[in-house]
Design a protein around this ligand. Sequence first.
Ligand code: SAH
Length: 232
Amino acid sequence: MTPSWRATVLTLYPEMFPGHLGLSLAGDALARGEWALEARNIRDHGLGRHRAVDDTPAGGGAGMVLRCDVLAAAIDAAAPASDPRPRLLMSPRGRPLTQAQVRALSEGPGLIAVCGRFEGVDERVIAGRGLEEVSVGDYVLSGGEPAALVLIDACVRLLPGVMGKAASGVEESFEGPGLEYPHYTRPREWEGRPIPDVLTGGNHAAIARWRAAEAARLTRERRPDLLGRDGP
Ligand code: SAH
């Protein structure tokens, strides 16, 4: 049976995949065929004897730019126009990735992730192949591969059957309007720091109230920007 959620990554470094996605819960689910991952080498579509994929920037300046014709050929070979999966370009200029977007992607057929390198990609391929730019944060990576691994990781853990306990996807940070409450486990006291009494008292309503209050406090202190924003 073909897995219903499939990720295709276009990269100059296919050996970076599956990377950590081949381990732990995501890796077990991958091995069971509950999702699929294919890493395709952009260089297979490179030009000439040296399989060139990049060239100097028009207008001058440092670095190299991935060629639009090479990238388009790689995209066309990986996904026919009829492929329903969204085509995402990993890019620091993209819309910052959110849990809501991750959830929507995990509920779809999968995704195609294009990884840039060097200075980035020739702008024309973005419109020419309908790429949506996605950023994993306001910092610059040396390539799109770690961003694609982050994106796919976040999606895969939401697929049915991937995480051991279904409930543990629901109460987490960003699933509601803010951050998650703090966790504790044994020992009951460690280096003079006890577990808060309420958590060991067995009063479930009190525990729920404490957790909601802690979540609200942490969100207020650390991420006031999340307050007043709708959850997914
Ligand atoms: N010159 C570009 C940065 C290029 S970094 C700029 O200033 O905007 C090289 C590649 O790494 C990019 O093409 C992109 O695919 C990837 N990348 C870097 N930072 C990223 C981020 N925050 N999110 C997603 N992808 C990123």
